[in-house]
Design a protein around this ligand. Structure first.
Ligand code: 3H9
Length: 693
């Protein structure tokens, strides 16, 4: 065995040269890896071996370029040089794949002449998730194997495709025995030599691209079909242009086109934001006072109290992960309704082909309905999802304290109530924690875990780890009104309402936020949720509150066919003359000076108060780090990922500029806008939020 460098070895096993890459954690293509590969292939090619196998040590084949290198100084061999060395080898090269061959990793494998993978392996070009395109020939080689349409889907979805499907597509040539990759790869290499198979180069394949050339409409059809999904994102369009190049240009020109478009993306704001999000999503799990080796409560069964929309959605997360759930309601009718909704959701997924009907039944069979909280005596974790009312919650937790076994985690799904107070209703506050899911709870990625004053670190770790197990991104917060997400949302909502009081139209406010990249604006959200949440006839003030006036007109949102918007029978909203009239009336009453709101002004007035509140949340230690706030907003509130999150956005805006603008707004609109103390300190100390990550 020859050590080529600290991460690469070359071994001659008879007539097969084996190059082993070992660069934990994921064999990413850092400079030292590229150099090692280049030198190893250079030596293997001139060695006595008849063929070459490339294999990786550790948990995975090469998982892509080293993301942390982007935006920094380049060093070492460039990836295309390494690829040219592999593809140009005079001896057949076999890439042996386990774990995940992703991005640049798969692009390296596509330069090998043959690929073999274990059944558990997956391949993907997930660059789109980083605001990038496969920039090492992937956009040119993949269409030559699978055709433009499939290549477009593969690269714009960025999913990890299992080995069997890769074999079917022609992306890999053979499946190895699980656990037997090296031996099978060597045997495959020997067979290739013995059979005199050619040095197969994907770049030379022409059948698929020739066929695609006769269907020029393909690309615009793809654009149209995905317009909604791609809205705001730059990378998908660049990927489409690359594949157009693959179909219409000679290989090397297509490659140059790809390089140009990749360079544009990698140096742009969107990719910088999305790369930041990639690392931020991995930071959230790191909690300073909860070390990695903190024990967890084993969770093999879960109880949920409340079978409403939230309770049912929460239950589905656990059923999907194979964890049995007992769901408790007070009345049979509510229980039946709740179970019915879960069943309908599963059947709909099965009909869409996400899984089989048997699988839907299997999941339903793990759900036990109950009208008796005593049935939760033996579960490992309870999540309460009843009405947001402190007295009711305390009553539930008092009862759970008497029923549940010692050590069971007692979680509340409250979205803003004081969890210390809820915990005080039990004799075991160390077991009480917040697990705040977002609606629809079976879909939204975010889980806000809220530690109360006395919550033990074991319980915190349990909530975080179970979050990971059910596929959520968990962010840890401390107790305050609304925690991280809703506390900031309240600021945005108040600011949106204040703009209406000054005569802005709800649809103009919503449109500005939609164009910024959110799925919908505050008033569309309000119409969807119902304007009457928190409203009552007794406390209504229709003379001074627009929302109250609308509720009194029975304009309570989509469910009543009207709210801030008018709705047709398909629940499609359109601007309402009634609302326009009321807004103007309220604005005149309030003495607001009529003025046109620009989109920029609207966005500023919605986003700046969120950032200001985010700074307070950080200063109070409610969130651990700015990037946790960003992850909360991206995964729980649809903040556009390509804008990195509010705190990332604040750094781009500039902290001194932000404080100056808040002061302008404070002078104009009052002390609500006073810059947070932390922001002022940051200006004095020349800091950005990135300094706190
Ligand atoms: C690309 O390839 C561009 C090319 O087309 C063109 C080039 C010219 N770089 O996720 P995990 C770290 S773009 C650097 O927790 P898992 C990660 O931060 C790239 N670091 O493990 C974490 O560090 P820490 C295309 C990376 O088992 C640790 O590894 N490729 C990279 O849940 C473990 O990661 C991708 O987009 C990287 N590429 O999942 C694949 N990848 O322990 C990105 C990981 O300090 N990676 N790290 O927190 C993944 O999707 C997952 O990490 C993977 C493993 C599925 C591989």
């Amino acid at each position: 065995m020859t050590a080529i460098n600290e991460v690469t070895d070359l071994t001659l096993d008879g007539d097969v040269a084996v190059i082993t890459l070992d660069s934990p954690p994921v064999n990413a293509l850092s400079a030292v890896v590229r150099d090692g590969l280049y030198d190893a292939f250079e030596q293997a090619i001139v060695s006595d071996a008849a063929s070459i196998v490339l294999i990786c040590a550790g948990r995975t084949f090469i998982a892509g370029a080293d993301i942390s290198e982007f935006g920094g100084k380049r060093a070492g061999k460039e990836l295309p040089e390494v690829q040219a060395m592999i593809e140009g080898s005079t001896k057949p090269v076999v890439a042996a794949i386990h774990g995940t061959a992703l991005g640049g990793g798969l692009e390296v494998a596509l330069c090998a002449h043959y690929r073999i993978a274990v059944p558990s392996a997956k391949c993907g070009l997930p660059e789109v998730n980083l605001g990038l395109l496969p920039g090492a020939g992937g956009t040119q080689r993949l269409p030559r194997i699978v055709g433009a349409q499939k290549a477009l889907e593969f690269m714009t979805q960025g999913t990890h495709v299992p080995a069997a499907a890769c074999l079917e597509m022609g992306l890999v040539d053979e499946l190895a025995g699980e656990g037997n990759l090296l031996d099978d790869a060597k045997a495959f290499a020997r067979r290739i030599v013995a059979e005199g198979r050619p040095l197969a180069k994907i770049r030379d394949l022409t059948d698929n691209v020739d066929a695609d050339r006769s269907n020029p409409g393909l690309f615009d059809d793809f654009r149209k079909a995905n317009a909604r999904k791609f809205r705001g994102y730059a990378a998908p369009e660049s990927i489409i242009q690359c594949v157009e190049g693959a179909v219409n240009l000679p290989f090397d020109e297509g490659l140059a086109n790809e390089r140009r478009l990749f360079t544009e993306l990698v140096s742009g704001q969107q990719s910088a934001a999305m790369r930041y999000v990639f690392f931020a999503e991995r930071q959230v799990w790191k909690i300073p006072d909860v070390p990695k080796d903190t024990p967890v409560v084993p969770v093999n069964s879960v109880g949920i109290i409340g079978a409403g929309t939230m309770g049912g959605g929460i239950a589905m997360n656990f059923l999907n992960a194979g964890i049995p759930v007992t769901i408790v309601e007070m009345k049979q009718e509510a229980l039946d309704r709740g179970l019915g909704v879960v069943r309908t959701n599963y059947e709909r997924s099965a009909k869409r082909g996400r899984f089989s009907m048997e699988e839907a039944e299997r999941r339903m069979a793990m759900l036990t309905p109950s009208l008796d909280m005593n049935d939760l005596a033996e579960v490992d974790m309870v999540i309460e999802a009843v009405f947001e009312n402190m007295d009711i919650k305390k009553d539930v937790f008092g009862k759970l304290d008497g029923i549940c076994k010692p050590g069971a985690v007692l979680a509340t799904n409250t979205s803003y109530l004081n969890i210390d107070e809820i915990a005080s209703a039990t004799s075991r506050p160390e077991s009480v924690i917040g697990m705040h899911f977002f609606s629809p709870a079976n879909v939204m990625k975010l889980l806000e875990v809220v530690r109360a004053e006395k919550t033990s670190i074991e319980v915190i770790n349990t909530a975080m780890q179970i979050g990971k197990r059910i596929g959520k991104i968990a962010v840890l917060a401390r107790v305050c009104d609304g925690f991280i997400g809703n506390r900031m949302l309240a600021q945005r909502r108040d600011s949106a309402n204040a703009m209406l009081d000054e005569g802005a139209m709800p649809w103009d406010v919503d449109k500005a936020l939609f164009d910024f990249g959110f799925a919908m604006g505050p008033f569309q959200m309000s119409d969807l949720a119902g304007l009457d949440i928190g409203w009552s006839k007794e406390t209504s003030q229709p003379d001074i509150r627009l929302r109250d006036a609308l509720c009194e007109l029975d304009r309570r949102g989509q469910k009543t066919g009207a709210g801030y918007y008018d709705y047709d029978e398909n629940r499609v909203g359109s601007p309402s003359d009634v609302v326009a009239g009321l807004v103007a009336e309220f604005a005149a009453k309030g003495g607001a000076e009529a003025h046109e709101f620009t989109s920029d002004e609207i966005v500023e007035r919605l986003v700046l108060p969120m950032i200001n509140e985010g700074a307070k949340i950080l200063d109070e230690g409610i969130a651990i780090r700015p990037s946790d706030i960003d992850i909360t907003w991206i995964n729980g509130y649809n903040w556009p990922k390509y804008r990195g999150g509010p705190m990332w956005y604040a750094d781009r805006y500039g902290i001194p500029e932000l404080v100056a603008q808040l002061e302008v707004l404070q002078a104009r609109h009052g002390d609500r806008w006073e810059p947070a103390a932390m922001l002022k300190r940051m200006v004095d100390e020349g800091k950005t939020f990135a300094d706190f990550n």
